[in-house]
Write a protein that binds this ligand. Structure first.
Ligand SMILES: [Zn+2]
Length: 264
């Protein structure tokens, strides 16, 4: 009985809100207007930076900017070439370094990237950093945040979720979404991505670094350094819900020939 009721609803949602992830071609359900998510993320981003001022005018901060701009430019160029520029049209890229020993980095929907200083020994050089940038940018441009929130909304709120998702953005809408999601200021930032999202971000990260001219083989070295640095403890976003380090390294090795095809 329930199945009968749910099926047309799910079908309806999919007709309205299903799209494909660029490159991977995977079908995904994104019910929220991307602009709403970008607005919400921007608020979180500003709050974060007001509490954690970014490092400026250091070699490391310059590196973050340099590599970030290179990777994002390559991604923008690719989306334009594929006739999909609209997907990231509202992105305003920013790359910041913050002083924090955590091994972490994230990219919000809208293109705001933050790298924690604790990650720099792991990334080691521009190519290693390009891989992490590529991974984080992949979460954003593949709209993993939107997909994750859509899944949660669909599970928790059912029909109401659709109503909210399709309504014009408003303060009430945003408040309802935040309540439903239950994480307040971290929305769109440190989402508990699924393993599937993490694996997809790993592969897209290798593609994006290659598009920017970095050898994707360097991703494997970066993952190996990550394995040494973190061992079994700690679950920063970059590692959250990931398959084990060993699996991740093996997947990167297997994917390497495909990623190398995108080298300039
Ligand atoms: Zn990730």
């Amino acid at each position: 009985m329930i199945a009968k009721k749910v099926f047309p609803f799910v079908l309806c949602v999919c007709l309205l809100a299903c799209s494909r992830v660029p490159l991977s071609g995977r079908r995904q359900l994104n019910m929220l207007p991307e602009n709403t998510l970008i607005d919400m993320s921007l608020n979180s981003y500003r709050q974060f930076l007001s509490k954690t001022p970014p490092v400026a005018n250091t070699t490391a901060a310059d590196q973050i900017q340099r590599v970030g701009n290179k990777v994002s430019s390559a991604v923008v160029q690719y989306f334009s070439k594929m006739g999909n520029a609209k997907r990231i049209h509202d992105y305003k890229w920013e790359f910041n370094l913050v002083n924090d020993k955590t091994i972490n980095a994230w990219c919000m929907p809208g293109g705001k990237v933050v790298v924690y200083s604790g990650l720099l020994p792991v990334t080691s050089d521009d190519a290693g950093l390009a891989y992490v940038m590529g991974h984080e940018i992949a979460h954003a441009v593949a709209r993993h945040g939107n997909e994750r929130m859509s899944q949660i909304l669909l599970t928790q709120m059912g029909g109401l979720a659709l109503q909210i998702a399709l309504s014009e953005k408003s303060t009430e809408t945003q408040a309802a979404l935040l309540t439903a999601y239950g994480v307040g200021t971290t929305v769109g930032v440190i989402l508990p991505f699924s393993r599937m999202h993490e694996s997809e971000a790993d592969r897209l990260g290798m593609v994006f670094m290659a598009m920017a001219g970095y050898q994707p083989a360097k991703a494997i070295e970066t993952l190996e350094r990550m394995q040494k640095a973190t061992g079994k403890s700690g679950v920063p976003e970059f590692l959250s819900t990931h398959p084990s380090h060993a699996n991740r390294i093996n997947e990167a090795k297997a994917f390497l020939p495909q990623a190398e095809k995108y080298l300039k």
